[in-house]
Design a binder for this molecule. Structure first.
Ligand code: IVH
Length: 664
């Protein structure tokens, strides 16, 4: 064998072994620096001699630029779910059913029930071959490229008695640390945080770019081998085999000799789960012997030899110190409890949601009470009841005036929430308007996030939308953490926004009920802001899709002198207050005669931009899929149903990158 080929092979083997030691055995055998050096050498050699790249090369762990279009694959064995139990007595019923059927006391394997996303991974001839999501249990998405980036999942395996071809089931999870870090970064970038690690995991494995998945630091525990149970007679043995072959299995699984040991295991983990570095939502109990499993068989949905015991949502009690009232962008008031810090489900909780005035009244929640706090699916924990009352406590009086601007609150009929009606002068509402104005679908002013808006507002630099266009580099440079380059970027993107079309500007103004689509309709119908501002309710309602509610809101908006002043100011700085008759000059005929559908969000274009690019290249943009559609451009986060339909109709599906290539 050629020297280079040999070196590539050796490096791959060695790096795979280090990966295994680090990610599966939690026992690093080499420093990160040495690892990175070896990996760099391998990547370099592979780029020069791609013919020698191994199919299980560790360089694949960083993802690839092949864009993911998730094919639907049918599971060879359906991915079943498990029956649930919530109490000791229900668990005893399960046990009694089994004893009756198999006529003896079985052994059980108890496992943690990982709260992530289930996955089915296949191996062929000792090599990773594919990974498919659960989907509807019968069919799932082919996420092979993404799952390859999870370093605890072996790309090649070795050991004795390994079947040529097999499928193995496990759970992809995101550890708490990784989750917290991811959400921190998302918030810094102005993206909405994930509600919990489970959502973050499912979102991650369906990302279109596997290089992004690689950065998510997911992990995977395997718990079930499908098909021929070669070389094992029990589930416990098969778990040991999996471990020997290189898979990560849970170190906490336990072989229980009888049902009483199962109860002990559950009790132990109900308390201990809060010390785990990842979420679990219960315990899975499986009959150990395959022969006994076979007697029990399956129902249509789940095995009759296994069950899950679900933990109750974790609750703690703590003291309610005070209640804050937050004002949202729309003026909605949310009462928030400040609590004596307390440990709950892996994090320290200091604040909890109190929903609204009714909720406080129904539970009669008072400052100084000891209250129960629970973590549900949401990020913010909630107060679910009172443990004990402080003798001297006073009933809570919901505030009558806005804590930010002092305006009297209103509670519209049929609304559970109170609102501050001072929408043009109340600081959080102004900041909210500015954030909306600069957002991607509106003026798309990049480089300004929520924090920068707050900073601009607090320093007095920007107190209204119009102030954005008065900003100079010298004004913002002295601000905390403002680098020269960021200042330049901000000024440039504000300048660039002057080109944004009338319909998007109309949307950006934040007129109630005027969303993206309505703004487009209005811009098309009235051509400029003057016509729109003069239109009567009847004239407005004559326009297709404009109803009474929208018409009234528009009239109200233009009835306000401050809004007129704002528009005048924005006109003066040169924003586009009329529809430009777009010159329909074609850039090319590359998409001539093609009916094209777009779906999802795109990296390089807003949805409108990509539509106009399609038209500029002579293509026709269509909004619903039919057999006459020629091309489907798949962005990120597309709905599975749409994609499914496109596949069924055999429509050519391409990624954003492929589209760019096409029109280049
Ligand atoms: S066994 C045929 N074991 O729970 C039995 N499932 O409600 C297949 N899960 O879809 C499942 N931890 O995503 C099994 N140790 C564990 C598990 C586990 C988490 C998930 C899995 C499954 C769901 C069933």
């Amino acid at each position: 064998m050629d020297n280079i080929e040999l070196r590539i092979k050796k490096l791959s083997e060695e790096l795979n072994k280090h990966n295994h030691n680090y990610y599966v055995l939690n026992n690093p055998s080499i420093s990160d620096f040495e690892f990175d050096k070896l990996l760099a050498e391998l990547i370099d050699l592979e780029s020069k001699f791609p013919e020698f790249k191994q199919s299980d090369s560790p360089s694949q762990r960083v993802g690839s630029d092949i864009s993911n279009v998730f094919k639907t694959l049918t599971h060879e064995f359906p991915m079943l779910s498990l029956g649930n139990t919530y109490s000791e007595s229900e668990l005893n019923d399960f046990h009694n059913r089994i004893v009756k059927e198999i006529e003896t006391e079985p052994e059980y394997v108890c496992e943690l029930k990982f709260d992530g996303a289930s996955i089915s991974v296949s191996y062929e001839n000792l090599k990773y071959s594919k990974a498919v999501t659960r989907g509807d249990g019968t069919q799932g998405d082919d996420v092979s490229e993404n799952i390859k980036t999870i370093r605890s999942i072996p790309l090649s395996i070795s050991g004795e008695n390994i079947p040529d071809k097999f499928e193995i089931r496990g759970e992809i999870i995101m550890p708490h640390k990784v989750f917290d870090n991811l959400n921190k970064i998302r918030e810094e970038n102005g993206e909405s945080p994930f509600a919990n690690p489970r959502n973050a995991t499912s979102g991650s494995i369906k990302m279109l770019d596997s290089r992004e998945v690689a950065k998510r630091n997911l992990d995977c525990y395997f718990y079930y081998m499908m098909g021929k149970k070669l070389s094992a007679n029990t589930h416990w043995e098969s778990l040991q085999n999996l471990k020997l072959w290189g898979f990560k299995t849970s170190e906490h699984s336990k072989l229980c000799k009888n049902i009483s040991e199962v109860h002990d295991f559950i009790k132990f983990w109900d308390k201990e789960r809060k010390n785990l570095p990842y979420d679990i939502d219960g315990i899975v109990i499986k009959v150990n012997s395959f022969a006994q499993q076979e007697i029990m068989g399956f129902t249509a949905k789940s095995p009759r030899w296994a069950i899950s015991y679900k933990f109750k949502a974790e609750q703690v009690s703590t003291k309610l110190l005070s209640i804050d009232y937050q004002v949202g962008r729309t003026g909605a008031i949310t009462p928030v409890a400040n609590l004596e810090p307390v440990q709950l489900a892996g994090t320290i909780v200091k604040r909890a949601s109190l929903h609204n005035a009714d909720q406080i009244a129904i539970l009669d929640i008072r400052v100084n009470d000891m209250v129960f706090v629970e973590k549900g699916g949401e990020i913010i924990p909630k107060i679910v009841g009172i443990e004990s009352r402080n003798e001297n406590s006073q009933p809570t009086q919901f505030i009558s005036h806005c804590p930010e601007c002092g305006t009297e609150l209103i509670r519209p009929e049929g609304e559970a929430r109170h609102f501050c009606p001072n929408s043009d002068h109340c600081p959080p509402q102004i900041k909210g308007k500015i954030e909306h104005f600069i957002s991607r679908k509106a003026m798309n002013i990049e480089n300004i996030g929520e924090e920068t808006v707050a900073l601009f507002y607090e320093t007095g630099l920007v107190r209204s939308i119009a102030d954005l266009y008065k900003l100079k580099k010298e004004d913002i440079l002295p601000l905390d953490r403002m680098a020269e380059k960021s200042a330049d970027n901000i000024i440039n993107s504000i300048e660039k926004s002057k080109e944004v079309s009338f319909d998007r500007l109309l949307f950006a103004l934040g007129i109630r009920f005027v969303g993206e689509t309505v703004a487009k309709i209005l811009a098309k119908a009235f051509k400029n802001i003057l016509n729109l501002s003069k239109a009567s309710k009847e004239e407005l309602m004559q326009v297709d899709e404009i109803g009474e509610k929208i018409a009234e809101s528009i009239i109200e908006y233009f009835d306000n002198k401050e809004h007129i002043k704002l528009i005048a100011d924005l006109m003066n700085v040169g924003l586009q207050f009329e529809t430009q008759e777009v010159e329909n000059k074609l850039l090319s005929n590359k998409l001539q005669g093609m009916s094209i559908i777009i779906s999802g969000s795109f990296k390089n274009y807003s949805r409108d931009e990509i539509k106009s690019v399609i038209e500029k290249h002579a293509g026709k943009n269509v909004s619903s899929i039919s057999k006459n559609t020629d091309l489907f451009i798949a962005g990120e986060n597309i709905g599975p149903a749409k994609l499914e339909k496109a596949k069924k109709l055999n429509i050519k599906i391409i990624s954003e990158e492929e589209f760019r290539e096409m029109i280049k």
